[in-house]
Design a protein around this ligand. Sequence first.
Ligand SMILES: Cc1cc2nc3c(=O)[nH]c(=O)nc-3n(C[C@H](O)[C@H](O)[C@H](O)COP(=O)(O)OP(=O)(O)OC[C@H]3O[C@@H](n4cnc5c(N)ncnc54)[C@H](O)[C@@H]3O)c2cc1C
Length: 394
Amino acid sequence: MEQYDAIIIGAGVIGTSVAYHLARLGCTRVLVLDRTQIGAGTTSQSSGILRTHYSVIENVRLAQASWKAFTDFAAYLGDEEASAGMVKCGYLIAAPEGAKLEPLAAALRAQQDQGIEVQLLGRSEASSLLPIARFDDAALIGYEPEAGFADAYLVATSFARTARHLGVKIMEGVEVEELLLEGGKVTGVRTSRGVFHAATVISTQNIWARDIERWTGIPSPVVPERHSVLALEGPEAYTFRMPVYKDLGSPGMLYCRSYGGNQMLVSEGIVGETLPEPDNEQGDISMDYMVEIGEQVAERFPSFDAAGVASSWTGVYDVTPDWNPVLGRLPDVQGLVVGYGFSGHGFKLSPAVGLVLAQCALGLPTEVDIQPYALERFRNGHLLTGKYGLGAVS
Ligand SMILES: Cc1cc2nc3c(=O)[nH]c(=O)nc-3n(C[C@H](O)[C@H](O)[C@H](O)COP(=O)(O)OP(=O)(O)OC[C@H]3O[C@@H](n4cnc5c(N)ncnc54)[C@H](O)[C@@H]3O)c2cc1C
């Protein structure tokens, strides 16, 4: 019988972050279990965009705390060889006249109130940062210079590597089949490789969080939703110096970033395709859908009218009813802590979420208040719904 202080189910960027932070807080008898491999779940599908821009202030706080880790990741981990693969190119967000304008103005003000550097740009200033885009319809443009994109897989493996150095055990290819309970308290897990004991279990299972419902009877309000990502090869370069662009004026609320050379990574920021099961297989992207995205891109980036599709893939979001995660203890099961439902924006929150879940698991005060993220909000109606409508910009 193997006894641990804490067991983490899932070695994505969230689970590995929790493991690292537990160890940093002095809890090193930790076991991480993943049925596949570190980072091989939805983390490997991430577009990697890092920003603190949100219309939900709680998310701004988590993203701001996370940015402090990303901006000097090696120092944060205490490992000079660690890297997040960061490209600090900034984040540009623009809205035309219409429904998104006031939410954008309010969100930018809220960021500034939090002490985040956010600039309001004129159209020509925006054009000089991103000359391949047109801004003639922009009524408001916000620019967050301390933002960009990074590599979610690299971040997960870096958290895992440092956690291992600190004494954490990570087992891959081990499926958790059952949460073990005695008198309403967690005692461990039954797995494909036997039983492991701990009085604290942290589930960071993403789209597979419905296992918790099966094991405890407590609903996990999470739906797997497939999203498509395209890399378009244009006639002009989208360099690493050019900012990530969020186009609130496009029907799909597109997000775009450099994918190196003349390539642009682009995807929609709205509701995707609901899957019946958390099936992580690649899905087909129809020609009609590619044309739909291509038209929106060409509308904003005129020269990309001539772009071709260099590559494409799909990924699955763990979507909750308000597009925000469930974080913290489940009060009806002593010893169970959860972090799931990141709804397509969990990477940028992963350092702070790992810290607060570790603090929560150890019974410590959390760096950022996570009470608003409690599961109870779906019963008491205190939802964290964003002002831009449903979608990962939240
Ligand atoms: C297409 C796409 C684009 C995205 N773009 C961005 C972006 O630009 N910026 C951003 O911030 N976020 C983005 N995200 C979201 C972000 O990538 C995720 O929120 C984050 O990676 C989730 O990490 P995780 O650890 O919760 O989940 P995962 O990486 O999915 O890890 C969960 C792990 O749990 C394991 N597991 C589940 N059940 C069990 C079990 N019973 N036993 C053992 N192991 C189990 C799985 O094998 C898996 O490895 C994007 C997501 C997608 C899909």
